[in-house]
Design a protein around this ligand. Structure first.
Ligand SMILES: [Fe+2]
Ligand SMILES: [Fe+2]
Length: 334
């Protein structure tokens, strides 16, 4: 309910004003009083958004306005003043009125003024609710979400192509993890961690990272440092997700048959999150269009990956991608 307080030295006048204002909206609860003591008490207890002071006795009106203002700093207060004494308007504002109306004040004038203030109140109410909701949501967001997003943004600033690739790979890795039937929280963590898998490219010199021609052996040696650089960046992150991110960064170029780098790990010696990300990483890269002259469709990309099922990639992870191919393809476009 939206409480409105009315002060008048005439009970009938107060009651009829309460009716006029109450007719504006069914949520308005208008109360009137002829007593200054009750007025202050009501202002304290009811927390009104609007108070109207309607009396021909200006000194009494000014005292009522003062009493209301002392109780409520943010309250909208409208009072009547004499049309013949301009000083009264200034006095009303000085003691705390928000606005004044000059006598005689017709019921429609009260109504019109109240309607405007009600609209303002509604908007303020909606804005406050939205802000509170957003603050609640922000406070519920896990710390690692904020951290990983900050790191991903840093990555984007450094190199937009890698940054976008990282984000898509994160989404696809999360989808593959879900398709493998892993617990929801683990899938979310893998998605966050995989979104940082190439963060180590921050440490690769621009002349290599952005080289327009093909990489030579020296370039490849430099590029192959990015898993370890990424691991070094993330390993002391202090949260479970950043630890997982470090593990993914280090192992996403390991290959199932042991032919990968930097550790030459094979099979289950490669952490599952690394095996999942390896599939997501290559799937995103080969269907990106920048790596091939002709763009490869997700279906063609999957057929290509299947050729390395059990050699480069964990067969279960490749199969899992096959069962969620449409979703993974959609995740690329998001
Ligand atoms: Fe990589
Ligand atoms: Fe990558």
């Amino acid at each position: 309910m939206w409480p409105v307080l009315i002060f008048s030295d005439s009970s009938e006048r107060g009651a009829s004003l309460a009716d006029v204002i109450g007719a504006l909206d069914h949520r308005i609860c208008a109360e009137h009083t002829t007593d200054l003591g009750s007025l202050a008490h009501l202002a304290r207890c009811r927390d009104p958004f609007l108070a109207l002071v309607s009396t021909d006795n200006t000194p009494l009106a000014l005292r009522a306005v003062g009493a209301l203002r002392r109780e409520q700093r943010d309250l909208a207060i409208v009072t009547e003043v004499s049309a013949d004494h301009p000083l009264e308007s200034l006095q009303a504002l000085a003691v705390g009125a928000s606005e004044y109306l000059k006598r005689p004040v017709a019921p429609w004038e009260w109504q019109q003024r109240a309607r405007l203030l009600l609209e303002l109140h509604r908007r303020q109410h909606a804005l406050t609710s939205t802000l509170k909701r957003q603050c609640r949501l922000a406070s519920r967001r896990p710390e690692h979400a904020v951290l990983t997003e900050a790191l991903a943004r840093a990555d984007m600033l450094h190199d937009e192509v890698t940054g976008n690739h990282n984000r898509r790979t994160g989404r696809i890795a999360g989808i593959i993890a879900t398709s493998l039937g892993l617990p929801q929280q683990q899938c979310r963590n893998i998605a966050f961690g995989a979104a940082l898998h190439d963060i180590g490219k921050i440490g690769i010199p621009d002349q290599v990272l952005h080289k327009p021609s093909r990489y030579d052996d020296d370039d490849r040696k430099v590029m192959r440092a990015h898993p370890r650089i990424g691991y070094e960046i993330l390993k002391d992150g202090g949260t479970e997700v950043l630890q997982l991110g470090a593990e993914i960064a280090l192992t996403h170029h390991e290959r199932y048959d042991g032919s990968g780098y930097p550790g030459g790990l094979a099979g289950d010696a490669i952490p599952l999150a690394g095996r999942i990300t390896a599939v997501a990483d290559v799937f995103d890269a080969i269907t990106d269009g920048r790596h091939y002259r002709q763009s490869i469709t997700p279906e063609q990309g999957y057929v290509h990956l299947r050729q390395y099922r059990g050699t480069s990639f964990d067969p279960d992870c490749v199969d899992a991608l096959g069962t969620c191919l449409a979703e993974a393809a959609r995740a690329k476009g998001e």
